[in-house]
Design a protein around this ligand. Sequence first.
Ligand SMILES: [Zn+2]
Length: 449
Amino acid sequence: MPLGTKKGMTLLPIPAPTYMPEYRTSAKIALETALSSAPAYRTWRRYDRGPSADIFERYQAMPVLTKADLREHQPAGFVPEGRDLASALARGEVELVKTSGSTSDAVTNVWCQGWWDASESSSWKLHAATAAARLGDHREAILSSPRCVGFASDVGYLSMEQRTLWHYLFLNEKADPAEWSATLCDRMIEELGRFEPAVIEANPSFLSVLCRHAIKRERQVFQPAVVTLTYENPSLIHLRHIRSVFHCPVIGSYGATESGYVFMQCEAGRLHQNVEQCHVDFQPLAPRHGGPMLGRILVTTFHNPWRSLIRFDMGDLVRLAAEPCPCGRHQGLTLVGIEGRIANATLSSAGRLVTQREADAAIAEVDGIDQYELVQTGAATLSLRYASDTGDPAAIEIELRASLQRCYGSSVKIIPGHVQALSPVRGVKYRLTRAEFEIDVHDLLAGSP
Ligand SMILES: [Zn+2]
């Protein structure tokens, strides 16, 4: 039975993914290990259809794991019984890592570096450039919030040596790109030239700021084999800045601290599931909100001896590809793209879901906007703060109103505000779009009243 269907429901035109026999085995082991031995899933056992049922039907019969569940059972409830977490922590085999999201409270995760490295390494097979680059102990420069990864310093600056760990160089110690000086941006460009990384891994909002500096000052920037974008869903505006500086493949990589690497963009621009490391359940949205090709995803991880994660709601919406990808990869789900977080969703004046990707496309049509933050303050009111290096605010705002009204409805009131620069939420991540009222995903899903 294709994903996204249930007995008694109308079959939806969702392409059925293909899976190898070893995938089914990994999916079975992950589910049975969690149900039999991870305390957090004890109450899930009653939903199991049993070992003779199809493994994907067994998955679909299970509840959804939420961030609230992670908080409630953190971290020991997800460790399979018989494993001694205290000893493993003392030996340094695992660590406890807190995730610091932009929209909800922190969760403590058991972090197993070997599992993470395996997840990253298998994701590299999903793009020809990363598959060919012999990655592993390559030099990699990272540009993201130092409150997420790397070394933060709120007072002085840190030397290149102080920001280097193993084969990684963390380019910045300052969490707010709005406060990056021209000297700091020049230092990052100069360090890229000295370090010569094979890979630049970046938060696209942060890299976009550095690229705007390079464009404005006409700086030459070292070209790695690839740029991978992660931490946030990139805006088309970010991609424009990044692609005008970096001429190598710029690859979207999707995952999370909890899930590892889940999807990676191939050379044809689609995103493929990291089938060696995870299972993904897709739940379509109702047609009036863009379903059935648009939906949310629930991720199950494979091969993590220290943490059972089953059907974890990533909080993101994705769009399935209707056709096989021209790159030839066919296992697991293939996506046209990540549509953005449910927490960043907004609604049209008619009450239809507008994803971050859809709002972003409308804003990116307007010439001259370099950064923005769209907040839906009421059912028919949008406030948009934006930064522009070169544009004329009067011309921008005329175009902006027209473009956003095409997307949200002609009765929607647009309140623009020109600012010098925008800062990430709590110095961690930018939120490009959001509503000030709650949008419950259960109201968007297919089958909702
Ligand atoms: Zn492909």
